[in-house]
Design a protein around this ligand. Sequence first.
Ligand code: HXC
Length: 262
Amino acid sequence: MPTTDVFKKDLLIGKIAFVTGGGSGICKGMTEALLRHGAKAFIIGRSQDRLDKAAEELKTKTGGQIAGTAADVRDPEQVEKAVGKAIELFGKIDILVNGAAGNFLASFENLSYRAFRTVIEIDLLGTFNVTKACFPHLKKSRGCVINVSATHHYSDSISKPMLIFLLSFDQIRSRSLAVELGPLGIRVNVIAPGPIADTEGMHRLLPAADTERLIQGSPLQTLGKIQDIEYATVFLTSDAARNISGHILVVDGASWLRQPDL
Ligand code: HXC
């Protein structure tokens, strides 16, 4: 069922969204959902070609207004430029989605200095850089932020490579930002998707996953779809969530409670 069959189509009219990683996967779906409900979107990612293709596809699908520019979230200068372009085009930013991520599984022994730094730079510094650059605009619009995370770090399973634990910093920072920016009217929330079919995250973080086992092990007996994250996005960015901040919305059918190795 399309998100517009569940939520009013004009829910986000007049809103401008800035989405990192919006050219592919889950974040492309999130962008589509925002457009379908009347928001305009500016997407960034590392490949201009991928962004152009995604923008064209989403324009055709939704009739919404979307543009994008290549920028690496690791580079504050590129991020500032991209935010400047979004402001030039749309005049403001109401919604920030920090979706760009770089992750892989590796043991401590096999993790090089550069590999470790790369993940920290994308996931941790990248989220900081983009939030920092968007902050003056979010302050003006009393906007909201969604940080996209995962569920891997919710259990202390020792079988997990250490990189996974680093994801939790993202959540701690989201909570402290929610407290600090709350008085400015800015809401900060996290969406934590469980395994989502046909996504980069699923290939990277659950490379050997047996789909049937995942479904059987899930209390709701499902494997997540990108659309599940779209519903959560529309809800959290809408006025329906006006008193929700500092929240981590896990979208996984309660799987992590039952399958702690996810
Ligand atoms: C060990 C690895 C590795 C692996 C890369 N490296 N992959 N080490 N195991 N599987 C090492 C490389 O050898 C290199 O170190 C260093 O990491 C940098 O790699 P590059 O390829 O040069 O960097 P770059 O092109 O910037 O690529 C970034 C990347 C890559 C993170 C390494 O995987 C990537 O682009 N990922 C983007 C997509 C992505 O990961 N999506 C995740 C979506 S899901 P050396 O020492 O050899 O030079 C997800 C959900 C959680 O993330 C979200 C929470 C925030």
